[in-house]
Design a binder for this molecule. Structure first.
Ligand code: FE2
Length: 192
């Protein structure tokens, strides 16, 4: 990941901290409109998003987190993802709640659930339950921690997409887990 620091002129850090301290269901309810509003904010778009577009058009590489803003002790993380055409994540989950919203273009999200009971180490049997294309007009998608938000996000289109993600406090030490449905495997994902 090519992660830099966000200046965050258009975002009130206290708002993010307060959101991160809410009970999870309430936090998700408030985080979704917060992000949907943020990606409509002209000053945020001008400062944080538009400068990325030109740079992203020339990369032709994999998706990346261009910059992020971290709360203390993993209380929250606001991240800007850049999705060149044809890129996608592994199937994964997060050790926290999460909300994301497109600022430019659209992404495709595939959502999965586990069919196994989770008692076998490193084993997970997945079933795809839905897929949706998200654009700015569609508002924010949200995931619950761990098994409640197993998904893959990607950009199957032919132009760059940029999305803004807000993650809540971590419930586990690791960032989340990656899944390989071809061999029913799951493993912890540690930060690089
Ligand atoms: Fe994710």
């Amino acid at each position: 990941m090519n992660s830099g620091t966000m200046t965050l002129q258009a975002v009130n850090k206290d708002d993010l901290q307060k959101l991160s301290e809410l009970p999870m269901r309430l936090a998700l309810q408030e985080a979704a409109p917060f992000l949907a509003h943020l990606v409509e904010d002209p000053s945020f778009l001008e400062a944080e998003i538009h400068p990325l577009l030109e740079e992203a058009r020339g990369t032709g590489g994999d998706w990346y987190v261009d910059h992020s803003y971290e709360g203390e002790d993993h209380s929250y993380s606001l991240q800007v993802f850049v999705w060149p055409p044809g890129t996608e994540t592994m199937i994964h989950d997060h050790s926290c709640w999460g909300v994301y919203c497109c600022a430019v273009g659209s992404v495709l999200e595939e959502r999965y659930e586990r069919l196994d009971d989770g008692c076998r180490l490193d084993h997970a049997h997945l079933k795809k339950i839905w897929q949706l294309k998200w654009s700015r007009e569609d508002g924010a998608s949200s995931v619950l921690p761990n098994d409640g938000g197993i998904h893959r996000v990607g950009n199957p289109g032919d132009s760059v997409a940029i999305s803004v993600h807000l993650y809540g406090p971590r419930l586990r030490e690791v960032d989340g887990r990656d899944y390989d449905p071809s061999c029913d495997n799951v493993c912890d994902r540690r930060e690089d």
